[in-house]
Design a binder for this molecule. Sequence first.
Ligand code: PGA
Length: 251
Amino acid sequence: MRIPIIAGNWKMNKTTAEAVTFVQSLKKELGQLSDRLCVICPPFTALLSVAQELKGSGIEWGAQNLFWETEGAFTGEISSRMLKEIGASYCILGHCERRKILKETDEMVHRKVKKALAEGLSPIVCVGERLEEREKGITFDVIKSQVTQDLEGLKKEEVLRCVLAYEPVWAIGTGRNATPLQAQEVHAFIRKLLGEQFGEEAASKVRIQYGGSVKPDNIDELMAEDDVDGALVGGASLDIKSFARIVNFKV
Ligand code: PGA
């Protein structure tokens, strides 16, 4: 049984004061969740305040990035140890905005995944094809290359602590989501790859989120697909009503 996991990726949005107000409302909107998990990923500056606010609520939280070294001369970077110290559980890694704007490669994502796991964090590892890659018919090749490299050499128990997020780049922030069928097709493919890399048992347990223009009006049909185990939500996670409705998806 895979417990669905809905995560909000706030990106570079919300001041600490705004974040605290948001999570206060979110706690009221969601109450105690029993059959699903909600995770919030605010900017670094709001993490501590959000963590304090979420204590005892059952809502989890994480960061949007980390660096693969433990400490040292890496100006502007944040280590997994710093995140662990303040109680983070999750960290989004390999998001397409970082791959595109900050030129993160699969090799870098892989190092970050390893470091997050070594520190006891659960990485949310994002993969997804660009529009031109889908149009060229090489979606599966791109996904295979990313999944294989990003998770290379992990132990089975490590991969079980990862969450995968399929985020077609053309669907992110565009209002154009993948159809449930398109999502299911790639999710099933990712599960097959995980089976080949880590064995069937691990593959059947790892959760695969869909991300890319998830909204209150498409979440239910996406979650109805067999291999869609949750969502990574950007824009719609910034609005309390939208995000609460997404977390409260119905199947
Ligand atoms: P979006 O972003 O929901 O705004 O499309 C998703 C993401 O970038 O994780």
